[in-house]
Design a protein around this ligand. Structure first.
Ligand SMILES: [Zn+2]
Length: 265
């Protein structure tokens, strides 16, 4: 099964999203932007974090192609700890971190995993399903102390950082390839199309099928320019006007023939 993808940083910043696709596999990561002056205990930045985590995930997924994705993620986070080479304080709650979305073909199934606010969205015979971990949407406050206190703690929210136990908090599942019509993985820079801008996932899939995944990011930028007021929600965490935006989209089911998304790219 093939995946197409597109990724684009917000203006004037490095891309802290990361996407990896291979045959029957897609990984989308969103490195958490660090607040200015925040002590992280780590000499590395979010770009390093998502690239190293991506490498660790690919290695684990390649060596264990049928292992449960939660175990794969736990193993990758454990390996990632070693990538800091003893130079960093891995007990610091502000250590660099990332959201995770994975889709992996396994026999007649597509397995998926979502940790934090990236998403997996698919459509099968029962309609559109959005796989989303919404625990960052209901924190009591969003100041840096509260967020640090609740990161990777029971009752808080979970991200891929220095604690392999976060993997057990991911949302996981499988969908049968037979009947799977559409599937994508994306960071919250893309899901704002539906979350804030009032577009349906069916419309997003339609746009991608007509014009490719880049068109979804172009539409995000158009709304960010012309309708930025829609990003403000009282009581919700502050949302950047422009965010890194990344998506990977299933194009075809070459073995089953069950899905043909058409000429996406
Ligand atoms: Zn480090």
């Amino acid at each position: 099964m093939d995946f197409a993808f597109a990724t684009e940083p917000g203006p004037d910043r490095p891309n802290e999203d990361h996407v990896i696709v291979s045959a029957g596999l897609a990984i989308v990561l969103d490195g958490v932007t660090q607040l200015p002056g925040l002590e992280t205990g780590c000499v590395h930045d979010p770009v390093w974090l998502v690239q190293e985590l991506g490498n660790c995930l690919v290695e684990a997924l390649t060596l264990q192609p049928a292992a449960p994705l939660g175990g794969i993620l736990a193993e990758a986070i454990g390996q990632l700890r070693g990538c800091h080479e003893g130079r960093c304080d891995l007990t610091n709650p502000n250590s660099p971190s990332s959201t995770v979305a994975i889709a992996r073909e396994r026999g007649s199934q597509m397995d998926y995993l979502v940790l934090c606010d990236s998403s997996v969205v698919y459509e099968d015979s029962s309609g559109v399903t959005v796989v989303h971990d919404d625990r960052t949407e209901s924190l009591p406050a969003y100041d840096r102390h509260t967020v640090a206190r609740l990161r990777n703690q029971p009752g808080g929210f979970w991200v891929a950082s220095t604690d392999p136990a976060a993997a057990a908090e991911a949302v996981t599942g499988s969908v049968a390839l037979d009947g799977l019509r559409r599937l994508l993985l994306c960071t919250d820079g893309v899901s704002r199309l539906t979350e804030f801008f009032g577009i349906s996932w069916t419309e997003v899939f339609g746009l991608i099928e007509r014009s490719g995944p880049r068109a979804a990011i172009d539409l995000v930028r158009e709304y960010e320019m012309n309708c930025s007021g829609l990003l403000a929600r009282p009581g919700r965490r502050r949302v950047k006007r422009h965010d890194d935006a990344t998506l990977a989209v299933l194009r075809s089911a070459s073995r089953t023939g069950a899905l043909d998304a058409g000429p996406v790219v």
